[in-house]
Structure formats: C-alpha cells, structure tokens
Write a protein that binds this ligand. Structure first.
Ligand code: AQP
Length: 335
C-alpha cells in the first residue's frame, strides 16, 4: 500500500486553462476541481496558457488582466503554490519552440483536420481563421510533453487533443528513441461536460457570445441566481435524470449534485412530486453559496501575490522544460 502511494507521487500531472474569457463552473467542475484533489498524490504543474488564448483575438489589456484573474481562480479553488507549480505559458519560450519542432516532426495535417474543436470554433470561417487556431493542438502537445507528463486531467472536450499529443509523442519516439513519455487523459465520470444553460446540446463555454449560457466563477450572486432561474428546462415537470429525454434538467442535476455535494439519485428522490420552480430556486441557493465561499477566497488574494507565485512557478517550470528541449534539439541535429 505504501509502495503504491510512493509510485503515485512520482507521477506528473500537467493541465492548463486559457485566459480567454470569464472562467465558469464548467471549467471548475471539469478541470480545476479535479486538479485540487490530485495535488496530494502527484507532482502537479498547472499553467495559464495565454499563447493558446491568442488563437482567437484578445484585447491586450483584458488579456493581461485575465492572466492574473485565472491565477487567482486556481489559488481560490485550492491549488497550493507550495505543492504545485503554477506558471504562465508565454514566460517559457520552450513551449513555442517545441511546438514548432513537433509541427515538423510528429504532427500531420490529417490529424489536425480531424479536430472537432477546430471545426466548432472556426465554423464557416475555416479558411480565414488564424493558423494558430488550427495548430493549437500541437502547442498543447508541446505543453504536455515538455514535462514528462503522465496524466492530463481535462474536461471531455479536450480529450481528443490529449489523444493527439500521444500520437505525436509516439511518432517522435519511433524516429528518435524513447524521449517523450506517453501521457494519458483523465476525464471525470460525472461533470466532464457541463452543458450551456440555454442550450443543452452545446457545452458551457467561456467564450460563448451569450454570457447567460454559463455561470462565471466571478458572477455576482444576483446575476448567478437570475441565470439559473432563466436556464432552459425540458417538457414535463418531474425531476428526473434522463440525458436523452431531459438533457437540460439532467445538466442542472449534475451541477446541483457536484456543487452541493449530493448524489443525483438522492436529489431525484427528494424532489419527487415537486416542480421545476422549486428545484431551480434551491439550485440557485446552492450555486450562490458555492460562489460566495469561492469569491471570499478569491478577494483575499492580491495581484502582488500572484506576480510572485507566477515568477516562482516560471523558475521551477523552466528548469524542467529547458532540460527536455535541449535533449530534443540535440536529437534533431540543431545542436
Ligand atoms: N463545459 C465544460 N464542462 C466541463 N469541462 C469543461 N472545460 C471547458 N468547458 C467545460 C474544461 O476546462 C478546461 C478549460 O480549457 P481551455 O481554457 O483550454 O478551454 P476549452 O476547453 O476550449 O474550454 P472553454 O471554457 O469552452 O473555453 P473557450 O470558450 O475559450 O474555448 C479544459 O480542461 C476543458 O476540458
């Protein structure tokens, strides 16, 4: 038993979030809440992936502000900067350098053509969006592979990108020897895909044009309550978990269960015979309580604390990344 724990502590976790909008409860449930639980068991590295964010146009001042905001969100959620490395991606040039190398060795056009997130984000504008948006998964592969990552905790939407990182690593290894560890995606069972409050066929997304689709982690309690009350529901009036026939309600039940720390079957039992109105009112209270506690912690973190933590994280992450990059440079013959 002891030996098993020791082995686990040796494994490396890497994950990140783009500062591309207001982080929401989907990001919290699908990604950050998993990270917090992993800190005791693994060596964790969490990044604010700002070079991913610029694959879509960003306002420079807002981007600067959001880098600080996302770091505070990690900390308020319970990521401990003494235990885990927290850093800003663009402060370590090894990420973009390795991405370029992987563009040339390992990444194939046919892979990128299959990426569903690119298709969704580019929509009808596939010919005119930035090359960066298309190439995003290769930068993500570089992020992961630089750190000998074993596990990548992500929401369902990012699983395909982690699979691609595995393929790229295998191809590179086939050519040059066992240089990259093959990472595994870790996707939680419930809550891996929190859906939009306005359309249960779309995932809740921080860059959605309609901000009513999501509860942002920094929404005021009043606004969050209004968004829940306005969330779409399905026909009928019974509280049931049924993804096929009641997708909107099933999504709300998932949010209730995770943020309220309850089991879905228990909730269904407790709300038997009570309509959607009562259920939504109670859900709004659960969300308000969660946000209140979260924001209290968030507001206690200063910008200066964040700058210091990011600088300490940069130093630690750079030591690891530069080692891997210099091995890769030698293998391909540029050193
Ligand atoms: N709706 C969601 N449910 C569960 N998990 C989710 N994640 C995102 N949306 C949901 C997870 O949160 C992390 C954020 O990753 P990202 O910043 O790289 O962006 P993304 O995956 O493209 O997610 P967003 O919030 O929709 O961002 P935008 O709108 O900027 O593209 C990932 O682990 C993701 O799986």
């Amino acid at each position: 038993m002891r030996r098993e724990n020791k082995e686990k502590k040796e494994q490396i976790i890497f994950s990140g979030i783009q500062p591309s909008g207001n982080l929401n409860i989907g990001n919290y449930i699908g990604a950050i809440s998993q990270w917090v639980k992993m800190q005791d068991k693994y060596h964790c590295i969490f990044s604010i992936v700002d070079y991913h964010a610029i694959t879509i146009k960003q306002d420079p001042n807002l981007l600067r502000q959001r880098i600080i905001e996302v770091t505070k969100i990690y900390l308020a959620a319970g990521i401990d900067s003494q235990q885990s490395i927290i850093f800003q991606q663009s402060t370590i040039p090894a990420h973009t350098e390795l991405a370029w190398i992987l563009n040339c060795y390992g990444a194939h056009i046919a892979d990128l053509n299959k990426m569903t997130q690119f298709k969704t984000k580019a929509g009808e504008h596939q010919e005119t969006v930035s090359v960066g948006l298309y190439d995003y998964p290769v930068l993500m592969a570089a992020d992961i592979l630089l750190y000998n990552t074993d596990l990548v905790p992500v929401g369902e939407d990012q699983k395909q990108h982690v699979e691609l990182a595995r393929d790229i690593a295998r191809r590179f290894n086939n050519e040059f020897g066992e240089i990259f560890k093959i990472p595994q995606p870790v996707v939680r069972k419930d809550g891996a895909r929190i859906m939009s409050l306005l359309d249960p066929t779309k995932k809740m997304s921080k860059s959605d044009d309609n901000q009513n689709n999501a509860i942002a982690l920094l929404d005021s309690l009043e606004l969050a309550q209004k968004k829940i009350m306005k969330a779409v529901t399905d026909s009928g009036s019974e509280i049931e978990y049924d993804l096929e026939n009641k997708p909107a309600l099933s999504n709300l039940l998932t949010i209730y269960a995770i943020l309220g720390n309850r089991e879905i079957p228990r909730l269904v039992k407790d709300y038997r015979g009570q309509g959607y109105g009562k259920f939504k009112k109670d859900l709004a209270k659960v969300v308000e309580k969660f946000l209140h506690n979260f924001q209290e912690k968030y507001n206690n973190i200063s910008d200066n604390d964040v700058r210091q933590i990011l600088e300490e994280g940069r130093i630690k992450a750079e030591a690891l990344a530069s080692q891997k990059l210099s091995e890769v440079r030698k293998l391909i013959g540029v050193r």
